[in-house]
Design a protein around this ligand. Structure first.
Ligand SMILES: Nc1nc2c(ncn2[C@@H]2O[C@H](COP(=O)(O)OP(=O)(O)OP(=O)(O)O)[C@@H](O)[C@H]2O)c(=O)[nH]1
Ligand SMILES: [Mg+2]
Length: 314
């Protein structure tokens, strides 16, 4: 995300009442597949719910405006909600997406305890590798299925307390950072997002102008060392490679839309990609890049990507 700084439309003395300030914040929604990340965003942004399940390929970004009370008056907050693929195999893409985030929403599924365990096993360490101490709101979703629950609010709080102690801004000084939600009924959904909004406004503004750049460099380093020994690993590398190399051409959202289209055209199931499917994607991406890049550059990209593929077993 390029525009990470607060935008201040209109001139207003600092600290005045009736503030006309809009602050933009990038928030990542993370957690295992099918915990309900997309459903939570859909409920919060559009007040809708859908029982069918379509796994998110790559990422989808939605925007939600809200007003947050601060000691200096109300602040208009624009949340850019990055809803990410929940498959932990997309390590490089996750690292790449985390860079520049101001906060996170960690989601688990109340009916599957392993989704809570994977916070500690995968999501929290992955996030901490890329970004510094950012506010996090912790959600156990599908509260409407309480009869099938495999853990409760106390277990959730215990897990959160364990990893919050070393991170001061996660301590929830002025409020709750854990929620039992239901994207289906809407229970606690706005409350959870609004709690993060308040935490974001409480946390100190980005201190270091090089922080974004630093996080991006860390993320790219992690992406390069990610496992490419499986079709999913190569697909993961391809997604980052395409997004990163099209940064000069167009916005990340556009890159992701293009990628999703090519992934679909290649007939790839992002949960179980095959070598043949990934090869088709490489050719599709070359074709797409041919529309706006030099032939020599397209050929270089294609060769590099086919090189990753050649490391895979037949
Ligand atoms: N009963 C119930 N079902 C839910 C709830 N939230 C989501 N679901 C269902 O759970 C399934 C998965 O939801 P998604 O929102 O697509 O999950 P996700 O975390 O985005 O999954 P990935 O994109 O694969 O990472 C869908 O069938 C949803 O309808 C909820 O609060 N209650
Ligand atoms: Mg999803």
């Amino acid at each position: 995300m390029r525009d990470r700084q607060a935008t201040v439309p209109g001139v207003r003395p600092a600290g005045g009442k009736d503030a006309a300030v809009t602050v933009k914040k990038k928030v990542v929604l993370i957690g295992d597949s099918s915990v309900g990340k997309t459903s939570l965003v859909r409920r919060y942004v559009f007040d809708q719910f859908d029982d069918s399940y379509i796994s998110t390929v790559g990422s989808k970004v939605s925007r939600k405006e809200l007003s947050v009370e601060t000691p200096n008056g109300p602040v208009d907050l624009s949340l850019l909600l990055w809803d990410l693929i929940g498959e932990p195999g997309y390590e490089a893409f996750h690292a790449w997406s985390f860079a520049g985030s101001h906060g996170a929403i960690l989601v688990s599924d109340l009916t599957r305890k392993e989704t809570l365990r994977s916070w500690e096993r995968y999501w929290i360490p992955a996030l901490e590798k890329v970004i510094a101490d950012v506010p996090i709101v912790h959600i156990a979703n599908k509260a409407d299925l309480s009869g099938e629950a495999e853990f409760d609010a106390r277990t959730l709080s215990r897990v959160v307390a364990k990893h919050s102690t070393s991170r001061p801004s996660l301590g929830g000084v002025d409020g709750v950072t854990t929620f039992l939600t239901s994207a289906k009924t809407g229970e606690n959904v706005p409350e959870a997002f609004e709690a993060l909004g308040r935490l974001l406004m409480r946390a100190p503004p980005p201190r270091d102008p090089f922080q974004d750049l630093f996080e991006r460099v860390v993320a790219m380093g992690l992406s390069r060392s990610a496992d490419r020994s499986t079709p999913m690993g190569v697909l993961d590398a391809l997604i980052v490679d395409f997004c990163e190399r099209s940064r000069d051409e167009f916005d990340e959202q556009v890159a992701m839309m293009l990628l999703r289209r090519e992934i679909e055209r290649a007939g790839i199931d992002a949960v179980r990609p095959t070598k043949t499917g990934v090869r088709r994607l490489i050719e599709g991406l070359s074709e797409a890049e041919g529309e706006y890049l030099d032939t020599a550059v397209v050929a270089r990209h294609r060769e590099r990507r086919l090189g990753w593929l050649s490391g895979l077993p037949r």
